[in-house]
Design a protein around this ligand. Structure first.
Ligand code: NAD
Length: 278
């Protein structure tokens, strides 16, 4: 067996030792995989959820079994009072916050003229305003604490969960694409504003990942074949593909990466239609 054969999650084991991470929407899909990966990398993890306490407690149990500390906190990321209370509680119970993965998100799809204001507003509130609120509260604590060199070279890391739709227009999803376009500019502006305070803000932009948010796109062979036409690398992504990118961005290995979007999309943003045309 060569050394790569055993290179699994263990390879990230010591990277985040002593760090405290908050992952929003961490009881499902990408957020769950990210919380577990952060735990494997040595971080203590707050598992945020808005509904589904049992699933959140299951993630907590898995992280605890891996040897890190974890707790499930209920909060709606689009509600200012709940986000403030969540971060305050984390500082009280875990001591501080070093890493925020602003992951919570949803879709409310509709053709443009059918889209209600409520559908538009809900997606903007959760996907964009939710990230703003979580980032703001985490940043207050990063600034209060400052850099602790034994823990990390930076005072804090924010990872915004964006999407390839921060740059790829998406018919029938104007609310979602607009929210992710907003995340791109919010992330870059915060990165510019906070870099001198030693806070690193970056984004992960997933392509098509196998999670409950997009079941219709991959849950039949025909749907999956259709989807694969958009993915040069020839496979649908798994939540762990995104989780590992988030762990890397949170770690000091990528300490000089500031204001970047890491596309984790099997090449979806490479204009695959031009591989044979154009
Ligand atoms: P998911 O539905 O499995 O997970 C979304 C999570 O967000 C759930 O835990 C949900 O409860 C939580 N959430 C929703 N509203 C919330 C609120 N108000 N407060 C707190 N939590 C809330 O879907 P996923 O695919 O894991 O999505 C995670 C993130 O990844 C989202 O931001 C999504 O836009 C992004 N993303 C996913 C894909 C993909 O292909 N799956 C692609 C690009 C981007």
């Amino acid at each position: 067996m060569d050394s790569h054969a055993s290179a699994g999650p263990q390879t990230v084991a010591p990277l985040l030792k002593g760090q405290k991470a908050l992952v929003t929407g961490a009881n499902s899909g990408i957020g769950k995989a990210t919380a577990l990966a952060l735990g494997r990398a040595g971080a203590d993890v707050v598992v945020n959820y808005v509904a589904g306490r049992e699933a959140a407690e299951e993630v907590v149990a898995q992280i605890t079994a891996q040897g890190s500390r974890a707790a499930a906190y209920e909060a709606d990321v689009s509600r200012e009072d709940q986000v403030t209370a969540m971060v305050d509680r984390m500082v009280e119970e875990f001591g501080t916050i070093d890493i925020l993965v602003a992951n919570a998100g949803l879709q409310r799809d509709a053709a443009f003229t059918e889209m209600t204001l409520a559908q538009w507003q809900k997606v903007i509130d959760v996907n964009l305003t939710g990230q703003f609120l979580c980032a703001r509260e985490a940043t207050k604590e990063f600034l209060r604490r400052g850099v602790v060199p034994e823990v990390s070279r930076s005072a804090g890391k924010i990872i915004c969960m964006s999407s390839v739709h921060q740059i790829i227009p998406w018919a029938g999803h104007v609310n979602y694409a607009s929210s992710k376009g907003g995340v791109l500019m919010m992330m870059e502006t915060l990165a510019q504003e906070l870099a001198s305070k030693k806070i690193r803000v970056n984004a992960v932009a997933p392509g098509a990942i196998r999670t409950p948010i997009n079941t219709d796109a991959w849950d039949t062979p025909a749907a999956e074949q259709d989807l694969l036409k958009l993915i040069p690398y020839g496979r649908v992504g798994e939540p762990e593909d995104i989780a590992h990118a988030a762990v890397a961005l949170a770690s000091d290995l990528l300490d000089y990466v500031v204001g970047a979007t890491l596309y984790v999309d099997g090449g979806m943003t490479l204009f695959p239609g031009f591989a044979t045309g154009g």
